[in-house]
Design a protein. Sequence first.
Length: 386
Amino acid sequence: MNNICRIKIMSIVGARPNFMKIAPISNAIIKFNESNATETIIDHVIVHTGQHYDAKMSTMFFVELGIPIPDVNLEVGSGTHAMQTSEIMRRFEPVILEYMPDVLLVVGDVNSTIACTLVAAKIEYPKDQERKRPVIVHVEAGLRSFDMEMPEEINRILTDAISDILFTTEAAGNENLLRAGVAKEHIHFVGNVMIDTLLAHRERAALSPILANLQIKPQQYAVVTLHRPSNVDDYATFGGIMSSLNEIALDLPVIFPIHPRTKKRLAEWQIFCSDAIRFVEPLGYIDFLKLVSEARIVLTDSGGIQEETTVLGVPCITLRNNTERPVTVTDGTNHLAGVEPEAILKIVNQVLTNWQKPDKLPALWDGKAAERIVAALASDVLGRRS
């Protein structure tokens, strides 16, 4: 037992999409530690930046997904991109110096991701420590929309540029990183941790009473989510999207779990909404998974939902001009519609009248991505010590 090697991994979560990505990694670390086949123990520290702090956007997901209570909560809250990013950096620096992790693991593309990555890249541990700074690991690396007006795109590019180990979800991610000059040996194609979470909770979601609660039947409704500033903070764009949803609602009831940002804009601009569009408060993961899995069609500007609908076999209409997840179009159920009402309605009509479910899933979207990540980290970090 004296030969056991300990690795300290610090994981960062901050916003709703992060929680679904960290949950399987946390579980995989527990499973790794319980294995008798290894002499390595991983100490896992979770830091919640508080970027999403509302119970419906944060706390509920920790409970539902079985994520351990964070060891640290920075309680940053909302603000402009600059204010939020800088405040996360300010509050995170003393935390990383206190814990001095071997690995700083970040997921996705939110402000918490780039803020903590920047701190870790520039930090200097005391000179008596084994390493100068943590190994920086980016999970879901290499995704690109090639739209620099998206704040997330800037976060992705910068995070990838200063990460040491990059785990990708699809082949396009590898190609993007190689073109950017990332060394091949630093890139690991492991699959999609979002799908790990979906597959782990699919049976549980099947028992959700959400359809009965909303008094709707399978395949007889559409689901909509909208939250991106480019869609809901522009009056003309938002109004056009809502006009197309009003048209769709004439034939197919629309269930719309509404994001706080979107709700605020609807009230502010008093945009007309059909009575057939039913607004509901943000749902927990299990209820939302059930709602989407039984929908006839989903319309969204979310990246994660493009992935989830692909695995669920539900047609997805992406209300954007681009996607950073092209495999959901080539090998999945995703259709890029843009934001113009005529284009949206044309694609929706095509899907509702003439659509066939793909007969395959993207490579390695098998529910084991997190296990591959943890195994690779244990091997790579130990290798860097030798």
